[in-house]
Design a protein around this ligand. Structure first.
Ligand code: NAP
Length: 288
């Protein structure tokens, strides 16, 4: 031993970032694969995304996970952008390419598709989807589903103009099929898969927090045979998921998407196959 530290550093940036489960997930993965990497969290406010990438270059960080509100800023400030980032205008993962350049990637789309297969055994090809919400997560899900061959993606959102943008993201995934469209609540009845990508029902507060009992749609709109996914993982069981399960509808939370987007980031940074089961256990165990 020459006493020099060869540890590589990766981190999550965002605001807030300190409550993130990412340090627990990635440090468990580094320990499990025996590599000398450390993962931490940096609180970086809106407007400082480009400065954070400059710091990444100077400090030679190997990778960044990026959360709200920096996903668009880092997409713009990176040197190289994946196709999905160009379409969505948002990145959740930055990879140091080793030649001084930084690559912007988006692992939310692939993470959602991998989670869908793992949790529900659903292969997106040819399916009809009702997608509730049109924010950053919804656009990534729309792109991922379209890229994986979904036949119809009806985007249902409180603000219709944003629904069109999410439908456009789906239609940009493939030059042939154009599965994305603005939908209405009635599209839920004909869907194979219903996804809640709104933040309705999210809340780290107590179980009596009124935000926690809010639902993105009435569970009675779904029938057994349909599959539902709530992207929310805080809490693990939203009121919507509980209502759906009471009706005998297969319903999954957002924990697997969180795990699989992290696994994809781990693989981009390290080139090593991600220990998904270890990462899942760390995600369930909670925050760092
Ligand atoms: N599992 C994972 O790995 C993962 C990854 C990313 C995100 N998520 C979750 O996905 C959710 C959305 O995240 P995001 O980044 O897309 O957020 P976002 O960009 O802020 O979008 C929020 C969406 O929720 C809708 N919404 C908010 N309050 C509403 C209300 N009271 N009634 C109806 N619609 C409402 C918004 O509609 P308007 O357009 O009308 O405002 C918008 O469509 C969050 O709960 C987040 O935790 C999970």
């Amino acid at each position: 031993m020459d006493g020099l530290s060869r540890s590589r550093l990766a981190a999550v940036i965002g605001d807030p970032a300190r409550h993130s489960r990412s340090p627990a997930i990635h440090n468990a993965a580094f320990a499990s694969t025996g590599i000398d990497w450390v993962f931490t969290a940096f609180e970086v406010p809106a407007g400082d995304g480009a400065a954070a990438l400059d710091a990444m270059r100077v400090l030679q960080l190997a990778g960044l996970s990026v959360t709200m509100p920096l996903k668009s800023e880092v997409a713009e400030a990176a040197d190289v952008r994946d196709d999905v980032v160009e379409v969505l205008g948002a990145a959740n993962c930055i990879v140091a390419l080793g030649d001084g350049r930084l690559r912007a990637a988006n692992t939310d789309a692939a993470g959602f598709i991998a989670a869908l297969r793992a949790d529900a055994g659903v292969v997106p090809e040819g399916i009809r989807v009702a997608l509730l919400g049109a924010g950053g997560a919804a656009r990534a899900v729309a792109w991922g589903l379209a890229d994986a061959g979904a036949a119809d993606i009806a985007v249902i959102n409180r603000t219709p103009a944003r629904a069109q943008a999410a439908a456009d993201a789906a239609n940009a995934a493939s030059s042939e099929a154009k599965p994305g469209r603005v939908g209405s609540i009635d599209d839920i009845a004909g869907a194979d898969l219903v996804v809640n990508a709104t933040s309705v029902g999210m809340g780290a507060g107590s179980s009596t927090d009124p935000q926690r009992s809010a639902m993105p749609c009435d569970p009675a709109r779904l029938l057994p045979g349909q599959v539902a996914v709530d992207l929310i993982y805080e809490p693990l069981e939203t009121a919507w998921l509980a209502g759906l399960r009471e009706r005998g509808i297969e319903a999954h939370n957002g924990l697997s998407m969180l795990v699989f987007q992290a696994a994809a980031a781990f693989e981009l940074w390290t080139g090593i196959e991600a220990p998904v089961d270890v990462m899942r256990q760390a995600a369930v165990a909670g925050r760092a």
